[in-house]
Write a protein that binds this ligand. Structure first.
Ligand code: CTP
Length: 418
């Protein structure tokens, strides 16, 4: 039997009223169909932790597709079904998405495979999951609304900040859980339970990840790079030697750790100051791989389907020895003006402080739009393709401090181009 806890108040506070109403209505439909419904998995964990989560997963003891279909029909909601997985999704008129899954067992045909599914009870469904913190269910039918069902001590583990697997074979059954364990640990600041830690170490040492499909590893890495605590997670992945098993010749020293931390700060800086969102994965991949020869780095990118990073890698490997102290600002500008945002952010994170500052200064000046087309027209020049050449020439002189302000710039243009 599961332990019960009453979380009614917490659940009511967590969701806006329109979502609570949907749960209650859904409960009525489920009752008519003689089915039971629960919130499960990540959302329950996050309700307890008081963290935001928009993925509403509803587990149905019965038939998820049938329930979702009936409910969508009654209310005129958008409905999609995925027969093969016994799941369905609906979208309400307020654009609330609900994912429905039939309580099921998962059968892995070989370690790391995408699982095959079969109908099962709530407990069986929860038992197939990765960690106890993800095995909690909350009843959302009217009479039991907000009752937490805990079969595997997950509630206690959340409170004790522990990541624990449910059984010995968990990491073998699905080696992707190695990544997930460290991702959750880093995200929540949780520790691995001591037995789970042993199992994880063995799983890494025995190189179980080699049987996981590369596409799933790609997904995990992308998720990691987009976590707020990405640095903590990467350091854990290093500490447990997961990165060593993943990347040939990988070594993370103190300098490289600093680079990773600077990447995080610079991504934020670029969002804030330049209002530009970069592809975080590409920059962190640069941070992890830049110390390796380009062939080794490229081999990794190809193996794990990170072709999107090729361009930035080529740019960085070409530029890394070219940008140095002795260049004029205008020369640095020539090198960096056409490169991807990701390479820019990485360069600024990797280069020594004084060079990074100079690049940031160049980018800030570029953003100013020192001399515009309008300026040239107001001086009496006719619009032509020559404009951008003039603008670049003036901007470079501005960068090198040969032209100090706009007045001098306009004077220079008058002398030279009128
Ligand atoms: N799950 C699992 N093994 C995996 C992936 C997922 O057991 N390799 C289970 C977990 O118990 C999880 C549920 O499936 O709670 C849903 O997966 P997902 O949406 O990835 O997990 P969340 O816990 O919601 O993670 P996140 O907060 O990152 O969305």
């Amino acid at each position: 039997f599961p332990k019960h806890y009453n979380l009614k108040h917490k659940v009511k506070k967590y969701f806006p009223e329109n979502i609570i109403d949907i749960f209650l209505q859904l409960g009525n439909t489920a009752k008519k169909l003689n089915m039971k419904i629960y919130l499960v998995g990540g959302i329950v964990r996050d309700i307890i932790l008081g963290r935001k989560n928009l993925d509403i997963d509803i587990l149905v003891e019965g038939d998820a597709i049938k329930l979702a279909y009936e409910f969508a029909k009654e209310n005129g909601f958008v409905f999609h079904k995925f027969e093969e997985f016994m799941t369905a999704q609906i979208k309400t008129k307020d654009n609330i998405k609900l994912d429905f899954a039939t309580a099921r067992k998962e059968i892995y045909e070989y370690p790391g495979a995408y699982p095959k599914v079969e109908k099962a009870t709530l407990r069986e469904d929860l038992f197939r999951r990765d960690f106890t913190i993800n095995t909690l269910a909350i009843d959302i039918t009217e009479e039991n609304f907000g009752i937490l069902l805990d079969y595997f001590y997950g509630y206690q583990d959340i409170r004790n900040k522990k990541i624990r697997v449910l059984h010995e074979l968990s990491f073998i059954e699905d080696p992707i859980r190695i990544f997930r364990a460290l991702r959750f640990a880093g995200r929540f600041g949780f520790k691995l339970g001591s037995h789970t830690e042993k199992l994880l170490k063995v799983a890494i040492q025995q190189n179980f990840i080699k049987v996981a499909p590369e596409g799933r590893i790609n997904l995990e890495l992308n998720l990691t790079f987009n976590e707020e605590n990405v640095i903590e997670i990467l350091f854990l992945m290093d500490e447990y030697k997961l990165l060593n098993h993943l990347i040939k010749y990988f070594v993370l020293n103190d300098f490289r750790k600093k680079v990773l931390e600077k990447i995080r700060d610079n991504i934020l800086y670029f969002e804030l100051i330049f209002n530009k969102k970069a592809d975080k994965s590409i920059i962190y991949l640069l941070g992890l791989l830049y110390h390796l020869p380009l062939e080794i780095a490229t081999e990794f990118l190809e193996k794990y389907y990170f072709e999107k990073a090729f361009k930035s890698f080529e740019e960085f490997y070409y530029l890394k020895d070219k940008i140095n102290e002795n260049l004029k600002n205008s020369e640095i500008y020539e090198y960096i003006k056409g490169i991807t945002l990701e390479t820019k952010i990485f360069l600024i994170s990797y280069l020594p402080e004084n060079l990074s500052k100079r690049i940031l200064d160049i980018l800030n000046k570029e953003k100013e739009k020192f001399i515009t087309g309008k300026d040239l027209i107001s001086l009496g020049l006719k619009p032509s393709p020559k404009f951008s050449k003039i603008q670049t020439e003036i901007f470079k002189k501005y960068l090198d401090n040969e032209i100090k302000d706009k007045k001098q710039a306009l004077e220079y243009i008058k002398q030279k181009f009128l």
